[in-house]
Design a protein around this ligand. Sequence first.
Ligand code: C2E
Ligand code: CA
Ligand code: CA
Length: 762
Amino acid sequence: MAQWRLFLVVGALAAAVQLALPDGIPRVALYTAVSIVGVAAVVVGVRRRRPARWAGWYLLAGGFGLWALGDIIWTWYEYGAHTDPFPSVADLFYLLGYPVLAAGVYQLASGRNRRPGDHTGLIDVLIVTLVAGLLLWVAFIDPAWHVPEGALVDRLVAVAYPVGDFIILTQLVHLGAASRARSGAVRLLGASVILVMVADVLYQALAYLPGLDEHWLDPLWLGGYLLAGAAALHPSMGSTGEGRPPADRAFDLGRLLFLAAAVAVLPLISLTESLAGLHGHVAEVAGVGLVLIVLVISRMIGLVLQMREQAAKLAHHADVDFLTGLDSRRRFSERVEDAAACPEGRQRMPGAVMFVALERFTEINDTLGHRTGDELLREVADRLRSRLDTDTHVARMGGDVFAVLMPAADSADGLLPQARSLRALLVEPLVLSDLSVAVDGAVGVVQLPRDGTDVQELLHRADVALAAARETGSRVALWTPEMERGGTLAPALMAELRSALTSGEVVVHFQPQIEVHTGRVFGAEALVRWQHPEHGLLAPMTFVPAAERTGLIRLLTLYVLDRALAQCAAWQAQGRDLSVAVNLSVRNLLDPGLVGDVRAALIRHDVDASRLELEITETMAMVDPTRSVEILGALDSLGVTLSVDDYGTGYGSLAYLQRLPVRRLKIDRSFVAGVLDDPASAAIVRSTIDLAHQLGLSVIAEGVEDDETLLVLRDMHCYGAQGFGLGRPVAGDAVLALIDASDVRLPALVGPGTFALESQGF
Ligand code: C2E
Ligand code: CA
Ligand code: CA
């Protein structure tokens, strides 16, 4: 049995024995003994459980201790001096116990959860006490309705007991509300005070209750001591008064109504007295009324201050980015609005909004952890804040995108250098707690007011410029209307693409893919080009995005797939065991016909599905995850290998990719390019490879431009590699010669036979 229960049971037995004993010394001695044991249990409980708010508990022990002292003195009067005076010295100790107990409960209730300066609890107690005191005064101590018996002091002392109990009880209710949960210890304390209060009230009523002997009240008082002891022994006592109170406690409707009722008692007293034609307590009611007004006003002031504080906090939340302390998106929009607006009579100030996106942030987050990611964002924020001019506003727009509002040079020519130096701030390595990381960034720029005056439009254009910047080598782009139209291809040229697909102007080149640990070519990636009669060989970036928008991408993808499988079949016919990889685009992943098209193409060329690899980017699958997952699942069941292209440039994460049926990651060349010189890039490539292995994925490194990088990748146990350094993309008729040359050179470079372990495909 729990200690506190055992204590209560034994205590109850003792109280029963006490009740059964005949009048005499043993009975009184047992009474005093039980009260002392109750106090001792409180002290033991505090020493054992070491509560955070130990002072409050010791005050409680002190208060009950004073009561027990009163008991001892009363015993001495009864049986030592054979007198029974009222009021006596014993009453002095009993009454002294009340302020000490009240202080104890107040200390418990004003734990660390209390808002500094929040005295509403204390004020409420004062209001209720005043009103209760006034009621008792008017009704019993100095009543107008009959002539009271006994001296004023006697009446005061008699009434002081239930008033004291009542004060402590209201405070306990306050403590219960302040604790996270009304704990067992608080309940036991409450029960203790209620028992004592009932006994005190009955004691005053004894005169009116002839059948009741004073002795019958003893178990109630003893129960008070015992329950207090049990509260201190209760396991929950250690956390009394801890935990967060509900935020809107001060606004609690029930409490406000209760206070209103308390205040309404005053006019009711005056009204009753005047209706009854009694000589009223005008001065008392007026005096208490004045004090109440002061108390209620100070409580209202507290409430208003609290509401203001709350409103300020909310405003702060909306205006400040919680992670970095920079302006929030909302605040930034306001600033841009102010800057873009044209106050009457003033010249428009030229300005610029620059969106800055970190590159490789997702990978850092994924591979080094969210804490490092957050730290990185804070470091970037600090750098932007400290290095930029004071008249420049910096904000975080969300994720890894920051925004800068700056007064700008008058011409667009001046903006580019500004954007470049902004980007340069990110290139310098950042020192995080345990490593130094180089992040690169892209900057998209809009010029105010030239590029727009509407905030939403301006922010959207900055976003478009940022997307364009990410595609360029310089990683910096000023917004132009052409960007909105997308693509760099004139609409007229777009119209030609359809016929180019049938006229043979669209060609497919192949870039060899090397198995790192053997140095041998295992396949090739099909990369589309447009051999334009006037414009020359066009790179996919110039027409693939436009084909995507116009819906022509379906034909384009099928065309490339067809050429790629034809090439694969030709290799097979020549006894070459090579696979081929084809790039898909977003639209393809939303096209329910894709799976059927792929199956038909495989059959048409008589190529086994295992020889075909389809590349998707992580962001592609997130456009419509449900539909994509369905289509990817169907492709996977065909036996096609799915791989994630440009891994690291999107917003996806390994956690998300895990849910897709992909078998392979292609690490983007922006990481691979740095493995030799940039420790952070190397760390990311290495941990991506490790993580991928753990998820059962094999890794291909893109953009390998030299042999040293290949050797580093070999040491990192990377499965595959591709890049200009190993073989540039070439036309179908030139690819076999390239493969043969590579198969002679690279196996010798990576060295034979030391990689038996990795031959399981990783
Ligand atoms: P990707 O899928 O990441 O293709 C690799 C790109 O990197 C190719 O550019 C390739 O020439 C280039 N590359 C390969 N090795 C290196 C290297 O060592 N260094 C550098 N700097 N670059 C290297 P390409 O052919 O211009 O293709 C660009 C993008 O166009 C492709 O990126 C792919 O997303 C898209 N694309 C190409 N062909 C197709 C296609 O048939 N369909 C679709 N939907 N997209 C395609
Ligand atoms: Ca690709
Ligand atoms: Ca790629």
